[in-house]
Design a protein around this ligand. Sequence first.
Ligand code: UT7
Length: 337
Amino acid sequence: MSKLRSKILGVGYYVPPRVVTNDDLVKNYGIDTTDEWIQQRTGIKERHFVDAGVTNADLGVEASTRALAAAGVQKGEIDFILYATLSQDHEFPGTGCFFQAKMGMPGVPAMDIRNQCTGFLYGLSMADALIRTGQYKKILVIGAEMHSRGLELNTRGRDVSVLFGDGAGAAVVGLAPAGDESGILSVKLHADGNFAKELWLEAPGCSFHPTRMTHEMIDDGRIFPQMNGKAVFVNAVRRMPEVLAESLESAGKELSDIDLLVPHQANLRINEAVAKGLGLSEDKVFNTIQRFGNTTAATIPIGLSEAVAQGKLKPGMLVAMVAFGSGFTWGSALVRW
Ligand code: UT7
């Protein structure tokens, strides 16, 4: 492998303007829940939902436009698109293709990443490898989700539906200038498909015979995500510190070297438990779940963008990212900003 290093040149995010508070879930959707339950168990106060006419690709376009501006990169310079989402606009082709058309970037390869909450880190890892081999020069990595159209927004689905929100984040990844200390130092990824059904969306699916979709599947709620919340919680708290340690070791860094941790936003209690277990002080952990809920593949690029905007992530700082979610998949990254 060459000694070239890749770098995040700029980040940006977008959430749709409509704010849905916990009380709105009760009032507008009739869900038997309370603001108190949601805040106590998850930390979430509100999330954003799209209005009619907006697509997942639209969210990606808004976030990417901001990331390109922050990076000072023209869209014509982008030579690869990695689009992480689990809430695709259509079954196929991938949302990356719809995004690419909306961005006006015909001909640029566009690839979808199906790794749920870890999708952005899988994308970052691919971008890092493609840049360091010299095959591509500037890559857009997008994490975009439009959950509001795919959740069971009623009392039957309340254990899952109160958790998620819509939004997108994007990063422009390119070559770090020679002699520059900044860049992606390491990315570590894992998956264990033995746990695939602990957090999944079963149907429609081609594993069903003779047809991938039936009326019964709709009536039974099998077209909505199902989760074993406790299993996800326990495994997240175990796997996130583990994989963060792998990134640190690979980069020759210590936990105390980390200036800021931007973790996936599934549950504030998960992130507090991870920070506590690691002995990382709370002011070093950047959380956004209170305002956005869980935006799956978008949480980390949204967190990076917000941290930059708030002056909490500055050039020269060592930023760690860590994620865990459906698959199970999990991963971490260490970046000198
Ligand atoms: O991005 C990765 C994906 N997701 C995660 O990482 C989530 C991981 N898991 C979690 O965050 C937690 O397991 C949850 C927040 C989802 C649930 O918290 P919990 O403390 O594990 O609650 P629970 O599932 O044990 O439910 C406790 C009670 C149940 O009632 P009973 O059986 O004790 O009477 C539920 O029916 O809370 C009830 N409940 C609710 N009540 C009000 C479940 N959802 C709700 C709700 N509002 N939305």
